[in-house]
Ligand binder design. Sequence first.
Ligand code: PA5
Length: 444
Amino acid sequence: MSNDLRIEAANCTDALSPAELDAARVRIIAAQHTLQQRTGAGNEFLGWMDLPDSALLEMADIRSAAEEVRAHSDVLVVVGIGGSYLGARAVIESLSDPFDHGGLEVVYAGHHIDGGYLTSLMKHLAEKRVSLCVISKSGTTTEPALAFRILRQWMEERYGKAETARRIIAITDARKGALRKVADEEGYRSFIIPDDVGGRFSVFTPVGMLPIAAAGVDAEGLLEGARTMREVLQGTDPELNPVLQYSMYRDAFYRAGRGIEVLASFHPRLHYVTEWWKQLFGESEGKDGKGIFPAAVSNTTDLHSMGQYIQDGMRTLFETFLTIDELDDRTVVPSASDDTDGLNYLAGRAFSEVNRSAMLGTALAHRTGGTPNLAIHLRDGSARSIGALLYFFETAVALNGYALGVNPFDQPGVEEYKRNMFALLGKPGFEQLREELLKKLSAE
Ligand code: PA5
């Protein structure tokens, strides 16, 4: 059993029959066999499985680029969308002080098309020394390409072409795509996204590791956690292998009519881990009319919004609590002489204890209300635990995808909005679709 992560299922066993759980166990163990043999759908994209080891080989180059960024910059702008930015953001925000960026601020662009955001960003960057890391596997994604165009021009006006080229790092395909072409022509330092690793599984490639190292996060600790988890997940005994347990419950709940999973964290710093998880699970499972809808809440904040629905709305949910066991106990509730707010009963107790009670109380309330729940316990909030967690989730979604009968490693549905957007914007080659869409719009 892993020391970094464990599953607790006390609040969900009575929601599933032994027969349902047995059937799910059989499907997940078969899926594990398929994954380990590398014989399933999308097996040309299984490079992520070996990254905890292979990524180490590249760490010296990554460290040197990261050190250079840190030496010459106050801010690093990470330009990317989906799998090309969420992993880095999840790790950086879960392992950094929210109010002290330790010498290098990391900001994000290219993850939407809001022009006002870019205007504000350039204003924010005006007095600061700036480096930029542009990340796109295809090298042609519209959102980061647009943001990169504007930010690159802004940097060239400010620094001149040669200095801008020294301040830009490109992470993209080895051969294909517009970004590879620009990087080669302009002489940017560049890193490669391996062909056999899909975007949302790329956190342990330079896509994640370069911004993570630049942010001053313990990148080696992260890989060590992933490596240890990889060993644990080889096991075939569900009692000792947390991914078999998690995937088994997910599979059983889905087939029992619970098509929505809510990932609930009680630690704001895990917010982007839950965003990364949403992308990983949504894009991997949601296809062919199948798949669990991944939703996420940040508690206790969202207990004052989504909590009502989870407690009392349509009974189609199950919930997974994501919690850190060893917390910082230093913040303690002070005593107050007047006790006007009636909180003296908590005086001397750590906020972490209050938070834990909120979580336990919520889990029991939701169970009673008809939302069964699991918990994923991380031993602590270290880089090692976060690395273990990310590798655990990547493996889980592969198992659940195979058990569902879908290819967890493609994302055909993501193309549809792009075609419509290109047609509406008048991109050459989309003329016929443009006419069809304009007709539809005018009929509405
Ligand atoms: O998981 C995926 O493959 C996607 O979410 C991509 O990461 C996202 O669409 C960005 O693609 P690209 O890196 O090609 O710009």
